[in-house]
Design a protein around this ligand. Structure first.
Ligand SMILES: [Ca+2]
Ligand SMILES: [Ca+2]
Ligand SMILES: [Ca+2]
Length: 460
């Protein structure tokens, strides 16, 4: 190493030390306290409606500008082409902007009280797999149903949701009611094959994802136990999905079945499928194979720099700090959460990989409460539609950080992949398959103990 390189390196080291020591997060925090900082040094003390919308600290001026450009693009409502600004919506789409589904960078919900489908979408396919092992789109519909279209075009179909009540009781006799959704497609613009598959999904929250992206593959795969060799009934399995830009298989991390390898590809797919906005990753309109496709595939509808900025925005949103983490009831809830094996899948702590090219997410102790692996969650939650390695029963463990702010930030408390759970208790009671034993232990708890678990979840 030359003297010059050594000099530059020591400046970098010293200045990063100075930056780190000015932040709220301090490496010397003892174990019981570090958990307040769910996102490591990217943790923000804001429990208000802006709580999911904080740019990472430690971004340089250019990165900060990129984040802000991405933030504006995330909020931008697209319109029918030609238009001077945000042109190119559709012709088929689910909604007009990222933020209309990921409200306040949080989660969507199923339609309630006669609303139409808005912050939720339906993936569709026919049995089998495509050439990369992903879902096999329906001819004339593709892999996602667009229930909206611009003027003069026909939406692919209307979606109708109905619920059937399932009654049950906790072991102490407390009754509960779950609602099992069923989905029907009506008024399809052309006939649907008889054997098609559907998977309904609400928009998940989008904060903290850059930290999840920064966990090394190794640190995720080390928790996998596909054949349950340790005999605890839990068999996390990594998804392996097709990465379009590198043309290779990579670990899947994003989406309810971990069907996407990176935030760039996930965001690019959202522009294309959810909004009908073409981009350099997915330059072909989602209506391509249809009779109503106009056959014009001209320039992409957003620039490469906007595409990168939105992906960067997704990579650089911090995480809300915990509330009441030291409350005795919360601590009791945490103890029970661990004791009844919730933590076998909702793994509390990870350390992100060291990344000198992206220091603001490098080597961070984070507490997302997920293993990012797939688990068989039983027939109740099954969609019977596979996505790469994820079969019809499997779902990726969602992160639980920030979940206690859902009501405050999103104005509702609908949980799980299709928003069927109307509160945290229902979300737990839907757990089956590998989580059946854990769920049954929850049902055995006293009312006070169940309450403690909920208080703990609300503190995340
Ligand atoms: Ca378009
Ligand atoms: Ca479609
Ligand atoms: Ca196991």
């Amino acid at each position: 190493m030359s003297i010059r390189t050594k000099f530059i390196l020591s400046i970098v080291l010293v200045s990063s030390l100075i930056i780190t020591s000015c932040r709220k997060y301090n490496e010397s925090y003892e174990d019981p306290d570090e958990e307040w900082f769910s996102g490591g040094s990217q943790t923000f003390f804001d429990g208000n409606t802006s709580g999911f919308d904080h740019a990472f600290t430690g971004l340089d001026a250019r990165q900060m500008q990129n984040h802000e450009v991405g933030d504006k693009a995330f909020d931008a409502a697209f319109v029918t082409a030609p238009a001077p600004l945000n042109s190119g919506l559709g012709p088929l789409y689910n909604n007009v902007s990222c933020v209309s589904c990921h409200v306040n960078d949080g989660r969507g919900k199923p339609p309630v009280n006669g609303e139409s489908l808005s912050s939720m979408l339906i993936r569709v396919s026919i049995p089998g797999a495509n050439s990369h092992g992903g879902p096999n789109g329906i001819p004339g519909f593709g892999g996602q149903l667009q229930q909206r279209s611009i003027a003069g075009k026909m939406p692919e179909a209307d979606v109708q949701i109905s619920y059937t009540n399932i009654n049950g009781t906790m072991d102490d006799g407390t009754p509960y009611t779950l609602r099992q959704p069923s989905y029907t497609l009506n008024n399809a613009y052309t006939s649907l094959p008889p054997n098609y598959l559907m998977s309904a999904r609400v928009a998940p929250p989008v904060f903290g994802l850059g930290l999840l992206e920064a966990i090394s593959d190794y640190d995720i795969i080390k928790y996998a136990d596909e054949n349950d060799m340790n005999g605890d009934g839990i068999s996390g399995k990594p998804n392996r999905v097709w990465d379009v830009l590198t043309a290779s298989y990579r670990l899947g991390r994003f989406g309810w079945k971990a069907g996407q390898p990176s935030l760039l590809q996930q965001s690019a797919g959202a522009y294309n499928e959810d909004m009908g906005v073409t981009n350099f990753v997915f330059p072909v309109e989602n209506s391509f194979s249809q009779i109503q496709h106009d056959g014009i595939n001209d320039e992409t509808e957003i620039s490469d720099s906007i595409m990168h900025a939105v992906a960067f925005y997704m990579q650089t949103l911090g995480v809300p700090a915990r509330r009441n983490a030291k409350d005795p009831v919360v601590l009791e809830g945490k103890r029970i959460f661990n004791q009844i094996q919730c933590a076998s899948c909702h793994i509390a702590k990870h350390v992100t990989a060291t990344d000198m090219a992206f220091t603001s997410r490098s080597n961070q102790k984070i507490f997302p409460y997920t293993d990012l692996l797939l688990h068989d969650m039983g027939p109740g939650l099954a969609d019977m539609r596979s996505e790469f390695q994820a079969d019809g029963y499997e779902w990726r463990t969602p992160a639980l950080w920030g979940i206690g702010l859902t009501q405050k930030i999103n104005g509702h408390a609908y949980f799980l992949h299709d928003g069927r759970a109307r509160n945290l208790t229902e979300a737990i009671l839907w757990h089956g398959g590998e989580a059946e034993a854990s769920k049954n232990k929850f049902k055995k708890l006293s009312a006070d103990e169940r309450n403690a678990v909920l208080k703990f979840l609300e503190s995340l």
